[in-house]
Design a protein. Structure first.
Length: 333
């Protein structure tokens, strides 16, 4: 039996990567081992030596992204697909989600406040100037969130309650491309791990408190109808986008779960922030997914087929993963 190596490529994380390597190796699947990836200069079109690589850092390191694309070209299964992740952005995701019937607050993508490097006003000849700000504010409403169209980690996110507050922060965004999205006055908030486009772990979450306190301990029960819709929408989004590891966040207002953030292909999995029970769940789920892919006949060259989800039930059935036994859920810490 040929060796099926699983590699983990990561950055400053100190709890999830070693726990994942240990969990995979403790499974003792014949021919399957896990280790941290070691990489130097990357030769073009040369296989990486890994059947599966779990990517936790290439969004910050272009060198790693180039390495992973080359690895995928030569047969490595990368979690998550580095080609799609490179092309994706949150504004497109909001638009796609709306087409798929997932609730999204009104959202507008805005021109850069300052010209991107190497451009001038002559580069922006197609842009209406001045913008009809009243029309934009009427569509979105206040309060609203001004945030990068492809950002993450709550960086450069501003809550604004008026046009004056909006312009105060917008004028500080430089050449970033930003979105303005209606703020959901939520009664409940959920952050969901979605693994393998099959398993969903719903965690009650409060983004208003310090980071280490956001995962709610001893949460109250969630109504079945709301829970089922959150799970359904989370799966719909990740299956359409093709992410095998993601977190999807929902803010619930008047019983409607609005998908707020669902482009998190290297989601927080640190035991110190998510808590022991959530940590054990994500380690187990990702370990099982990585081993499943390692021993499969799956090809690394797959068409991105999110468009099929817009073409009705028959097309969806053709691309949706087969249902598997759902892992037993653990109570959030």
């Amino acid at each position: 039996m040929s060796e099926k190596k699983i590699g983990i490529i990561f950055g400053m994380e100190s709890t999830f990567p070693p726990a994942l390597v240990q969990r995979i190796n403790d499974m003792k699947v014949p021919g399957v081992t896990a280790e941290f990836v070691k990489v130097g200069g990357v030769k073009m079109a040369v296989p990486s030596g890994y059947r599966v690589i779990i990517d936790r850092i290439s969004h910050d390191i272009p060198f790693y992204r180039a390495y992973l694309k080359n690895a995928a070209l030569s047969g490595t299964l990368v979690i998550n697909n580095p080609f799609w992740w490179s092309a994706d952005d949150k504004f497109f995701n909001y638009s796609l989600a709306t087409k798929l019937g997932v609730a999204i607050p009104p959202t507008v993508v805005l021109p850069h406040n300052q010209h991107p490097p190497g451009t001038t006003d002559q580069s922006m000849r197609n842009l209406i100037f001045p913008l009809n700000w009243d029309e934009i504010f009427e569509y979105v409403g206040f309060p609203a969130f001004l945030k990068p169209y492809a950002g993450g980690g709550w960086k450069n996110v501003y809550k604004v309650h008026s046009a004056d507050e909006f312009f105060h922060f917008y004028n500080q965004t430089g050449d970033q491309c930003m979105t303005l999205q209606r703020g959901v006055e939520f009664q409940e908030y959920f952050r969901c791990y979605v693994v393998g486009q099959e398993q969903v772990h719903v965690m009650q979450y409060d983004p208003r408190v310090p980071h280490h306190e956001r995962y709610v301990k001893n949460p109250p029960p969630v109504g079945k109808a709301l829970y089922d819709r959150v799970v359904k929408d989370a799966l719909t989004l990740c299956r359409a986008l093709g992410y095998d590891l993601n977190t999807v966040e929902f803010a619930v207002e008047n019983g409607i779960p609005y998908a707020i953030d669902f482009m998190n292909p290297a989601p927080d999995a640190d035991v110190n922030s998510v808590g022991p029970a959530n940590f054990e769940w994500i380690v187990d789920a990702v370990a099982e997914l990585a081993v499943k892919k390692a021993v499969s006949d799956e090809s690394s060259v797959q068409e991105l087929r999110w468009a099929a989800f817009l073409n009705g039930p028959q097309a969806k059935a053709a691309v949706a993963p087969k249902k598997k036994t759902v892992r037993k859920k653990k109570t959030a810490e």
